[in-house]
Design a protein around this ligand. Structure first.
Ligand code: F6P
Length: 535
């Protein structure tokens, strides 16, 4: 990638790349708070990133050069920024207040959003209160969400994250994988008469979801023995009414959304029906409020204090200038155990692109590989590589002031570990320090920590619905920020198509006894082997 701002950053990187965080902190007593921003209930400390004030200035010039401000406005105004699918990108409309006006093709979509939220709320209250009864008159006790990708990861992540706010006499399960084990294990101990399935699919054509939904219907009918029971035990969430009808679900039991909501940006649309059933309409409203707070912040805050812009730009700095191809998301909260998996789809399906909006090869490294585990588990697994390996792995630490389960001093120990990891990564331990501890000379290299490994620490009061919304929106907008810098489309996902097409072709070949196989020699041999041994 070449431009004035990019070249200036390259030159600046050459000047600062060997400067150690130890030096930066020693030179500037106030660094720890000077590079921290507090907004939307989050305290975000960027001071352990390998930056100076000059780095930020240059990154803001790059953002200006890429017209980031205008591109943010284009999204909020409903312009068709998803150019390869010719669609507006308006997840921000899903969390806009009733009084807002956001138009697509001249139509204000906010009233439609609130109409669906209203229907979801009524339905959720009926199920939660026991007024919605199953076909045999039993109360619904189990909710099984069937979906995949954005129709699964957001719902399951939010359910786990907000467990402390859920109605505990309802059981929630999530089925995504086409592997029959997923559905079998999710339903094996459930009573069909007490089980409600939510079939969640934007397109209602996704192979895995349709197959799981059909098998779930067969499982349910095997007990309830009447097609009429489907209306009491299956609801759909989709943009595709025709396919929902074809499947046999009454459109009265369908909750819709729109093509301007991307799958991985849909957890607060009707796709969040399971979340609303779990935390209730008021908990869901708080979640939306959290999202909206971050939306407003992203739209109106100068870049210097704009959390998603800062986070996005620092990601570009680490990946394109320091060559860090990955980012570890390390939530120090067990309830966020699915957050890294959720962020994987959000960031990697969005920014895993190799051509610009204009179709040319991108001349920079794009989306980083996101991954992670909740602290402290990761510390006893992969942190070794982050501390002493040869690769640079920037980290995002996420922690909360208050625990939902204050058990002795567990929370203090948890948070002490979070703070310690950031400190150890940044400052390390020099050979001199190791020697001063009396370590034998031959062990000194092994026990030295180079430090200078960048991290961001995000702190919030408590993991509640609003905070979850704020956190998710932070990463959504940081992802968009990066796509603008790289000039790529964060909102399509053509890369998932080829595998789907090939799987269909191979699927029919597995069932046949001896059709001619015309793949490469490896695929032919694998298919033949499976064909001759399948159970
Ligand atoms: O994996 C591709 C994808 O289209 C994702 O973008 C999407 O979240 C997922 O499949 C599920 O799609 P749907 O909600 O249409 O079933």
């Amino acid at each position: 990638m070449s431009s004035r701002a990019w070249e200036a950053l390259k030159q600046h990187h050459a000047e600062v790349k060997d400067v150690h965080l130890r030096e930066l902190f020693a030179k500037d007593e106030g660094r720890g708070t000077r590079f921290a921003v507090e907004a939307c209930g989050l305290y975000v400390d960027f001071s352990k990133q390998r930056i100076t004030s000059r780095t930020l200035e240059l990154l803001f010039s790059l953002a200006a050069e890429r017209a980031l401000g205008q591109r943010i406005e284009a999204m909020f105004k409903g312009e068709r920024i998803n150019i390869t699918e010719d669609r507006a990108v308006l997840h921000v409309a899903l969390r806009a207040p009733k009084t807002a006006t956001i138009s697509v093709d001249g139509v204000n979509v906010v009233p439609q959003v609130h109409a669906v939220l209203g229907r979801m709320g009524e339905f959720a209250e009926r199920v939660r209160s026991g007024r919605w009864l199953g076909y045999t008159g039993k109360r619904i006790k189990n909710v099984v969400n069937i979906g995949i990708g954005g129709s699964d990861l957001g719902p399951v992540m939010a359910y786990e994250a907000l467990r402390a706010y859920t109605q505990r006499d309802l059981t929630f399960r999530f089925v995504s994988n086409v592997d029959g084990t997923d559905l079998a294990e999710a339903t094996r101990d459930l009573d069909a008469a007490e089980t409600l399935f939510i079939v969640a699919s934007k397109t209602f054509t996704t192979q895995e979801t349709m197959m799981n939904a059909a098998s779930a219907r067969a499982w349910s009918l095997a007990s309830l023995k009447d097609d009429a029971s489907v209306a009491k035990h299956f609801v759909a969430v989709s943009t595709n009414e025709a396919e929902v009808k074809k499947f046999g679900i009454d459109p009265a039991n369908m909750f819709g959304f729109w093509d301007w909501v991307g799958g991985r940006y849909s957890m607060e649309s009707a796709i969040g029906l399971s979340t609303m059933l779990a935390v209730g309409p008021s908990g869901f409203a708080q979640l939306l409020q959290g999202f909206h707070t971050m939306d407003e912040h992203f739209r109106s805050t100068p870049f210097e204090k704009n959390l998603p812009v800062l986070m996005g730009l620092l990601g570009v700095w680490n990946s394109d200038f320091f060559g860090a191809h990955t980012l570890a998301v390390l939530p120090y909260d067990q309830y966020l155990k699915r957050f890294p998996a959720y962020l994987q789809q959000l960031t990697m399906e969005s920014n895993g692109k190799r051509v610009t909006l204009g179709g040319a090869d991108v001349k920079a490294g794009t989306g980083a590989v996101y991954w992670g585990e909740p602290g402290t588990n990761g510390q006893h697994s992969f942190y070794q590589l982050i501390h002493q390996g040869t690769r640079l792995v920037p980290c995002d630490f996420v922690g909360f002031m208050k625990s939902h389960n204050p058990l002795g001093n567990h929370h203090d120990v948890l948070m002490a570990n979070l703070f310690a990891q950031g400190e150890a990564l940044a400052f390390g331990k020099t050979a001199e320090q190791v020697r001063a501890e009396g370590v034998a000379e031959k062990l000194v290299p092994h026990r030295t920590f180079p430090g200078n490994r960048p991290s961001t620490t995000i702190l919030a009061e408590r993991l509640d619905p609003a905070t979850l919304g704020t956190l998710v929106a932070l990463y959504e907008h940081a992802t968009y920020t990066q796509s603008v810098i790289w000039d790529i489309n964060a909102f399509d996902q053509w890369g998932v198509e080829l595998g789907k097409v090939l799987a269909k072709r191979i699927g029919s070949e597995l069932e046949a006894t001896d059709p001619k196989l015309e793949h490469d020699s490896s695929t032919n041999a694998l298919v033949k082997r499976y064909r001759s041994r399948r159970g």
